[in-house]
Design a protein around this ligand. Structure first.
Ligand SMILES: Nc1ncnc2c1ncn2[C@@H]1O[C@H](COP(=O)(O)OP(=O)(O)OP(=O)(O)O)[C@@H](O)[C@H]1O
Ligand SMILES: [Mg+2]
Length: 234
């Protein structure tokens, strides 16, 4: 008997997302179908307004489509209650943002420990795990430092450690390098790549910068809310 193929980690089928802005209707996604396998390292690129962030919000289970279906690990996300969805997202998905979104009054270590504490891990254990995470992203010396004393590149490394703290299967990063210079942008993409390879975590990130697409396994080009190209590196 043939063994069934492993279901994708995420399957988007004919996703449409319509926004209403007063009288205006904006179709941000116009029939996007996309399978993402566990362990992929994938970039979504395309011009401003092409629907990248809208797509990332679908992949991160933050937003629901106007029509079409989203399946995560074979489960239909549309059928989950809000509580189940929040719980699912908290356990399975990590997020990295353009503007870092670190808590300014907390140290780097406390920022990384926070998602663990929210999940009920006791403080000492959470701090130990956070310390290991900061070491892994090369910031062992900065545990006590607050975000405003770190460079943009360092802040984003803290944010990556925080996204990985709960050991999610997938990290969603919307324009993680938009506020960084080219050297730090390269460093952040390399770090995500290392984490992808070391832990098998699926990474999906968006970018405007074609130079950052050189080392991804797969690049999906969006235009006008549609996938124009889906290229897999040889
Ligand atoms: N909450 C919203 N309400 C109304 N329109 C929205 C909303 N979010 C996105 N849009 C519209 O949907 C389209 C796609 O937006 P989106 O933010 O996904 O593009 P993007 O590719 O991420 O752009 P950028 O590169 O500038 O970040 C745009 O026309 C945008 O104005
Ligand atoms: Mg965007």
């Amino acid at each position: 008997m043939p063994t069934p193929a492993t279901p994708p980690l995420l399957r988007l089928t004919d996703i449409r997302r319509r926004f209403h802005l007063g009288e205006t209707v904006v179709d941000a996604l116009n029939g996007v179908s996309l399978d993402i396998q566990a362990g992929e390292f994938l970039a979504v690129w395309g011009p401003s307004g092409s629907g990248k962030s809208t797509l990332m919000n679908m992949l991160g289970l933050i937003d629901q489509p106007t029509s079409g279906s989203v399946q995560f690990d074979g489960a239909d996300v549309g059928a989950l209650t809000d509580d189940a969805l929040t719980d699912f997202r908290g356990r399975r998905i990590g997020f990295v943002f353009q503007s870092f979104n670190l808590v300014p009054v907390l140290s780097a270590l406390e920022n990384v420990a926070l998602p663990l504490q929210i999940q009920g891990v006791d403080k000492a254990d959470a701090l130990d795990r956070a310390r290991a995470g900061l070491e892994e992203v090369g910031l062992a010396e900065f545990t006590a430092t607050r975000p405003d004393k770190l460079s943009g590149g360092q802040r984003q490394r803290v944010a990556i450690a925080r996204a990985l703290a709960t050991r999610p299967g997938m990290v969603i990063a919307d324009e993680p390098t938009a506020n960084l210079d080219s050297e730090n942008s390269r460093m952040v993409v390399d770090l995500m790549r290392q984490m992808n390879q070391a832990h098998g975590v699926t990474f999906v990130f968006t970018t405007h910068d074609p130079r950052l697409l050189e080392h991804v396994d797969r690049k999906v080009l969006l235009r006008d809310g549609r996938i124009e190209r889906d290229e897999v590196a040889q």
